[in-house]
Design a protein around this ligand. Structure first.
Ligand code: FEO
Ligand code: CA
Ligand code: CA
Ligand code: CA
Length: 633
């Protein structure tokens, strides 16, 4: 069996095919190989226009597997290439919920190994392709909110050729299985399971009624035929990473929303929006991935050219109130949101760090105008503030550049809808696909996983024409491994506009390369990985790193195996492998039970017929615990 045939395109792979960047030519490749042949010193590397310097911890770390074992509460595990999950000795894992499992008794048995879930029950079950998630304590109950980023159409619509929907019902089925699931879970004596029929259970999908706040709410750019007021968007699209507000609500982050829109007519000479350039910057056009536009006019950009402006936002959901209306917070900007890492400035203002996951796009932060303390009202905190974009400098300093009408020459609504263009105006640093950002709870610093950038190159540009030549924190051309950058804000204040930065780790393969692609010194044959993506701090300051990379275990990825989850020590730089996922999967999403004794981990787009062993592969949330009952983070 060709096991690869069992794995459908991930959304990232789809987006790369749909939205190609300018191709490099032969001359680029000659220049590229000349640069990459320059002598590279391990540890501290002078490269191109920038200087890459690893953190002191990374430089000095003893990195043998034995040393790592001493630094971590578990013995690091080897890579795996099979269709199973592996965790260290002394730990166990078990499923919590799989795609198609019932949230309400009426949907018991809704999932069929042959046909998946029928449309009638598709909004009563756990969605597909689990991603970011957060756990909340609600009146003594534990409620988990989990994103379902996208669907594998061939798995969900086995009767349709190539999984392309043939009817409005089939479109609705796909729409229902994405979005967000909010559900009560409880330990029933045999581990955590869904509390079926809990009044807190809720499905939020591509048609759930939402509202908007902030400067773009009610603006011309978001008015549609169905919503002439521009205040009531339907649905949340491509919910990738997550965040948790300091006041206990869920943030779901709309990433590759562009792929859902298409057109059934040639656009001809029509100029459907005030800023047509915005569509190409965001990759909107052509055919949608799921042919929604054929059966649902809302997704046809020739009929509703403003509909795409209503997606690509951070959305707040109250997990304690299933009747609440989710809010799209436009003050936080529109781009391909990965996650939302909230913290607070010294003076009490709210700070949200956010990445835009596309090759050569930017890192952002939002700072509220108002301040907050426990027990105070939260009105305006995510609708009234300033959006900044990051500029990294070669001298290891950096600056958050404010995006305002003054700095960009753009009207505020246009600026927020087209935040990428605003970032280009002020000269933000093009990054190697910013994925999750995590704020250290025990030290004033934050980390961003820069997953990879196959197109980073001397003459490459992003879709806005900004240079993707190697720069200070993104040093490698054709960067297939990724790196994690961290920054410490000036004055130990996340509200400050200045910061210093370094690289926590440069992923690579020290078995295959002996140059900058072998990775930083804290990458060893015993812990190597590629494409860091999910990244979450535990309560003790442990940095958990999840990967969404190449799992071929071949070529430059040989020895790296399936996607995995590792624990990083941010003081010493040491990194140890904790979990390996089944072949084909991405490991994404992590949160803990209220007593921290159980970690919940997301397994997205597994291959084969994991975890059931027969039938379809089913993305799942699993639980991991220690046999001795101690906490796991
Ligand atoms: Fe949905 Fe950038 O990962
Ligand atoms: Ca992915
Ligand atoms: Ca991700
Ligand atoms: Ca990814």
């Amino acid at each position: 069996m060709d096991i690869k045939k069992t794995v459908d395109l991930s959304w990232d792979e789809f987006d790369e095919l749909k939205d190609p960047r300018p191709a490099e030519n032969e001359f680029d490749r000659v220049v590229e190989s000349a640069i990459s042949r320059r002598g590279m010193l391990k540890g501290i590397v002078a490269f191109g226009s920038g200087a890459m310097v690893f953190g002191a911890g990374a430089l000095t770390s003893a990195t043998s597997a034995r040393a790592q074992a001493a630094a971590f509460p578990f013995e690091p595990i080897p890579t795996a290439t099979d269709f199973d999950i592996h965790v260290p000795d002394g730990y166990q894992w078990k499923s919590v919920v799989r795609w198609g499992d019932a949230l309400w008794s009426e949907a018991d048995g809704a999932y069929s190994p042959e046909t998946g879930v029928a449309v009638a029950m598709s909004n009563k079950v756990f969605g597909e392709n689990t991603d970011g998630m957060e756990l909340f304590a609600v009146d003594g109950k534990q409620v988990i909110a989990v994103n379902s980023e996208y669907v594998n159409p061939k798995i969900n619509l086995p009767a349709a050729s190539e999984g392309v929907p043939r009817s409005a019902d089939e479109v609705r089925l796909l729409q229902n299985l994405q979005g967000v699931t909010v559900m009560e879970i409880a330990d029933n004596g045999e581990g955590y399971a869904v509390v079926k029929d809990s009044p807190l259970n809720r499905r939020i999908d591509h048609n759930t009624k939402m509202t908007m706040d902030g400067p773009v709410a009610g603006a011309e750019l978001v008015k549609t035929n169905a919503d002439p007021e521009g205040m009531s968007p339907l649905g949340t699209l491509n919910n990738c990473g997550s965040g948790k507000t300091l006041w206990g609500t869920y943030l779901t982050c709309e990433e590759n929303f562009n792929g859902y829109f298409g057109t059934t007519e040639a656009m001809q000479d029509q100029k459907p929006i005030q800023l047509p350039a915005g569509f190409s910057r965001y990759g909107i056009g052509g055919e949608g991935r799921y042919a929604y536009e054929k059966f649902d006019e809302r997704f046809d950009i020739s009929k509703e050219p403003n509909e795409p402006h209503r997606h690509g936002w951070i959305v707040e959901i109250d997990p304690a109130n299933p009747d609440s209306t989710p809010v799209k917070h436009t003050a936080l900007g529109r781009f391909k949101h990965e996650n939302a890492a909230m913290t607070q400035a010294v003076d009490g203002r709210i700070v949200v760090y956010m990445g835009d996951d596309e090759r050569g796009e930017f890192m952002y932060k939002y700072v509220s105008n108002g301040t907050w303390a426990v027990g105070q009202p939260t009105d305006g905190l995510l609708s009234d503030g300033t959006l900044y974009v990051a500029k990294f400098k070669d001298d290891m300093s950096g600056e958050w550049l404010a995006l305002t009408s003054e700095t960009t020459g753009m009207e505020i609504t246009d600026l927020l809808v087209h935040a990428r263009m605003a970032g280009s105006h002020v000269g933000a640093t093009t990054m190697d696909r910013p994925e999750w950002i995590a704020v250290n709870p025990v030290k004033t610093e934050a980390y961003c996983a820069l997953t990879n950038n196959s197109r980073r190159g001397a003459d490459a540009v992003n879709s806005g024409g900004d240079s993707m030549a190697p720069n200070a924190p993104n040093t490698r051309e054709t960067n297939n491994f990724g790196q994690i950058v961290r920054w410490r804000p000036e004055g130990e204040d996340h509200g400050a506009t200045g910061f210093t930065w370094d690289l926590y780790v440069m992923a690579g393969n020290p078995e295959v390369y002996n140059n900058e692609y072998s990775g930083s010194d804290n990458v060893t044959p015993g812990n190597m990985f590629n494409s860091p993506d999910g990244m979450i701090f535990d309560s003790k300051g442990g940095l958990w790193i999840q990967t969404d990379g190449n799992y071929s275990n071949e070529g430059e990825f040989e020895g790296q195996g399936n996607n995995q989850m590792l624990l990083g020590n941010t003081e010493t730089g040491e990194i140890a492998r904790f979990l390996t996922g089944p072949y084909g999967c991405e490991v994404t999403g992590l949160c803990w039970s209220t007593d921290r004794k159980v970690a919940f981990v997301g397994i997205q787009h597994p291959g084969g017929s994991w975890p059931d062993g027969e039938g379809k592969p089913r993305s799942s949330v699993i639980q991991v615990w220690r046999e001795d009952g101690e906490t796991v983070g």
